[in-house]
Design a protein around this ligand. Structure first.
Ligand code: ZN
Length: 113
C-alpha cells in the first residue's frame, strides 16, 4: 500500500472525528470521501491502529441489530453469525466500524511513513 493513502486516510479521520463530529466510521465511508477502494482504506485503518494512531480497535457491527461483535476477526468476505439476533452476514468494509477514531494527543507527531 502506498504511504500517501495512509496519510490521506488519517487526515480524513481526524477531520470527521473532530469534537462534535461523528463517532463511528466505516472504511467504506472513508473510501467514498476519498474516492478510494474500500479494501485499501480498510488496510490503511488497520495499519494506523497497529501504529497506535487510532484510539480503538476496529470492530464488526451486526447490520441487523447493531450488536458489536468484538470477538470476531476482521476477515473480509467471511460469513459470521450474530450472537444476539442469530442472523448471518458477510463481513465487509460497510459493517466494520471504528469508534473514536484517533488518539488526539498523537495528532501532531511526525508520521512514520
Ligand atoms: Zn445481530
Amino acid at each position: 500500500m502506498e504511504s500517501h493513502v495512509t496519510s490521506k486516510v488519517y487526515h480524513v479521520i481526524q477531520e470527521i472525528s473532530a469534537p462534535g463530529g461523528i463517532r463511528s466510521i466505516t472504511p467504506g465511508f472513508v473510501a467514498r470521501m476519498l474516492q478510494l477502494d474500500p479494501q485499501t482504506v480498510f488496510e490503511a485503518m488497520v495499519k494506523l491502529t497497529d501504529l497506535g494512531f487510532l484510539g480503538q480497535q476496529l470492530h464488526i457491527m451486526c447490520p441487523f441489530c447493531a450488536n458489536a461483535l468484538d470477538d470476531q476477526r476482521l476477515d473480509l468476505g467471511k460469513t459470521i453469525t450474530c450472537a444476539v439476533c442469530g442472523k448471518t452476514f458477510v463481513v465487509s468494509t460497510e459493517n466494520i466500524y471504528m469508534r473514536f477514531s484517533y488518539v488526539p494527543e498523537k495528532k501532531h507527531l511526525v508520521y512514520p511513513w
